[in-house]
Each structure stands twice: as structure tokens, then as C-alpha cells.
Design a protein around this ligand. Structure first.
Ligand SMILES: C[S@@+](CC[C@H](N)C(=O)[O-])C[C@H]1O[C@@H](n2cnc3c(N)ncnc32)[C@H](O)[C@@H]1O
Length: 329
């Protein structure tokens, strides 16, 4: 999975005038602010200036794009008949969800109207400049709304509603109403994505409980709508590998040509989707003669050991990945 060429070109052009050293400094400042402020739950404005927005594009956008893509792919697999024509991207930043939802594997062919809600003018300006690089009319002509999500906001309902990496930036007391509003605006499916950390997962679990209570149908990743079986201290999350550009490697001071973004998410819909028997919630361990899988099912979390002797099942098990649905035939 890589960023679309147009988005990569747009980001490179945004960052082109900035010496790598300056970017590294901006990125360090932004990431330290994210660590401190989110941990302290201060909920300060984290991205305030054009510099911050540029650092976000360099440091976070490729990874959050990857996470959103990963979550949306799970939704698409569960809702094969869902062809959203409208998207509401809430806490949009530079429009990450909009770009990911238009991936050719996803809903490029059906999306016609996009609305993005974002508080920070610097993010909105950046998002509009990036969008100008797209060849897709729905991205170019997306409607950007300057909105503070902790205040009263209004928009029409949309087929697909997404809030990526924003729930944790809102004050805890504002989250319940926020999720309720998201669901009110959802005509088809709603997805909430958070960092794949214990704290991100707790927020996702709470959102899951709330949405189940108002009659939402769970789409992904959970294969059931019973109580979440994750043990205390453990957390359900997934991982998406994203290649790093040369600039990205410089900015992140990393040697690796890729990064693995961990994310937690939950998706609900108004219509029932395909059912699955289970979901692989850790990297499968392929050992000599057997495969070990941690699978979430309606009877709880199970550790399955599939021996090579069980020929057909073993063949299926070898192809499973972290996040794969499991349907034993
Ligand atoms: C971590 S970024 C995520 C951006 C994008 N969704 C992504 O996945 O890359 C969080 C975004 O939420 C926005 N945000 C945070 N609090 C907000 C609020 N109260 N109202 C509107 N936007 C807010 C921030 O300005 C920022 O752009």
C-alpha cells in the first residue's frame, strides 16, 4: 500500500521549499507536543500554524492514510454492496480520509460529494492545496467547513462518515455527544479510527458500546456484537505497512524503508453486512508443522493451533494475516 502518486506529488511540492533540517525540527516539535499534550489530556490546539501543518503532512499523513486505508478495506469486505456517494470526513486534518476513501481499491468509482469538517485554518488551507493536485472532481471540489467539533455543528447526513485520529483530541466530556452526532449524520456506515494504543482502544471500546446501545450494526473489525473479549491490559489493534519516501526517511531519521502504523477502529452500519466467524487479531505465527492464530469469535478470544496434518484448514490458515476475517469452510 502506497500513497497515490498525486498525493505524494502534492506533499513533496508542499515540503520542497523547506530544508530537511528545518522539517526535522518542526516534526520533532509536533511529535513531542502530541506525546505530551495527549498524555496530559490537555486538549490544546496541536496544529496551529502552516509550519505545524507541513510537519503533519511529512510526519503523520502517510501513516494515518495507511491506517484509514486498512480500516476501510475491512469495511468494504464486510459491506460489498455498499457504494457510498457521499463522505463526511470529521476532524479531517489535511483530508486524509478523503484521499484514502478514493483509493482505487475502495470507493473511487462511487464517491461524488465530500464534506470535511476541521477547526484549524492551516490544515484547511493545506488540505485545499493538496486536493488541487487530484484528478478526481470529488476531491477537487470537496467542501471544507471550518468547524469546532466541541461546539454546535450542522451538516446533512452522508453515506459514509469517518472520524480518524480525532476522538482522542476532544475533551473526554465532549466525546459522547460527538459520537452521537456522528451517528445521526450517518446514512450508511460510520468508522472511528484511533491510534493503536491501549488508550486509543479504550476510546474505541466506549464508542462501540455506545453505538451498539443505539442499534448500530457492527461491521468491523468485530465478528460479533457481544461483549469485547479483550483482557484488561490487552488491546485490539491492527497494523498497516507504509513505504517511506526519501524525504520521509530523512524527516523521521529512520533507517527502515517502511513504517508499521498501528491503529484501533470500529465501524457500524445501518444495514447488516456479511458475517464472519472470526477475525485474526495478532500476527499469525507460522511454525514448523503448524500455524498459531489468535482469533476473536463470538465465543471469545481463542488461540488456534492448526497442524499441517489438517490439510485444507492448514492451507487456509497459512494465508491468513493479522486482521483477516476467518470463515472456516
Ligand atoms: C491527528 S489529526 C487527524 C487528521 C486526519 N483525520 C488524519 O487522520 O490524518 C486531528 C485533527 O482533528 C482536528 N481537531 C481537533 N480538535 C478539533 C475540534 N475541536 N474541532 C475540529 N477539529 C478538531 C485537528 O485540528 C486535526 O486536524
Amino acid at each position: 500500500m502506497d500513497l497515490p502518486v498525486e498525493l505524494r506529488g502534492a506533499i513533496d511540492s508542499e515540503l520542497a521549499g523547506r530544508p530537511p533540517k528545518e522539517l526535522v525540527k518542526l516534526v520533532e516539535e509536533l511529535s513531542s507536543r502530541y506525546r505530551t499534550d495527549l498524555q496530559a489530556a490537555a486538549h490544546e490546539r496541536l496544529v496551529k500554524s502552516a509550519d505545524d501543518a507541513a510537519a503533519y503532512a511529512a510526519f503523520r499523513l502517510p501513516a494515518t492514510y495507511g491506517a484509514v486505508y486498512g480500516a476501510l478495506c475491512q469495511i468494504k469486505a464486510q459491506l460489498p454492496e455498499f457504494h457510498p456517494s457521499s463522505l463526511l470526513d470529521v476532524g479531517a486534518g489535511p483530508g486524509t480520509v478523503m484521499w484514502a476513501a478514493h483509493h482505487r481499491d475502495l470507493w473511487q468509482g462511487s464517491l461524488e460529494k465530500v464534506t470535511l469538517l476541521e477547526r484549524e485554518p492551516a490544515m484547511i488551507s493545506l488540505g485545499k492545496r493538496l486536493a488541487a493536485w487530484s484528478s478526481l472532481v470529488s476531491i477537487q471540489e470537496a467542501e471544507w467547513m471550518a468547524v469546532d467539533l466541541t461546539e454546535d455543528w450542522e451538516t446533512s447526513s452522508h453515506d459514509l462518515v469517518a472520524a480518524a485520529y480525532v476522538l482522542g483530541e476532544l475533551p473526554a466530556g465532549a466525546r459522547r455527544l460527538f459520537i452521537q452526532r456522528l451517528w445521526e449524520k450517518t446514512a450508511g456506515a460510520l468508522v472511528i479510527i484511533e491510534p493503536g494504543t491501549p488508550a486509543g482502544f479504550v476510546r474505541i471500546q466506549k464508542a462501540r458500546q455506545m453505538l451498539l446501545a443505539v442499534g448500530g450494526r457492527i461491521v468491523a473489525p468485530c465478528p460479533h456484537s457481544g461483549a469485547c473479549p479483550m483482557d484488561a491490559g490487552d488491546w485490539c489493534h491492527f497494523s498497516q505497512r507504509i513505504p517511506r519516501s526519501r524525504l520521509h526517511r530523512q524527516v523521521k531519521a529512520g533507517e527502515l524503508g517502511y513504517e508499521d502504523e498501528k491503529f484501533a477502529f470500529v465501524a457500524f452500519s445501518r444495514q447488516p453486512g456479511e458475517t464472519v466467524q472470526g477475525r485474526v487479531v495478532r500476527h499469525p505465527q507460522i511454525r514448523k508443522g503448524h500455524v498459531r492464530l489468535k482469533v476473536c469469535t463470538s465465543s471469545g478470544l481463542t488461540d488456534w493451533v492448526v497442524s499441517r496434518k489438517e490439510k485444507d484448514v492448514y492451507r487456509q490458515a497459512r494465508n491468513l494475516k493479522w486482521g483477516s476475517p476467518v470463515n472456516w469452510s
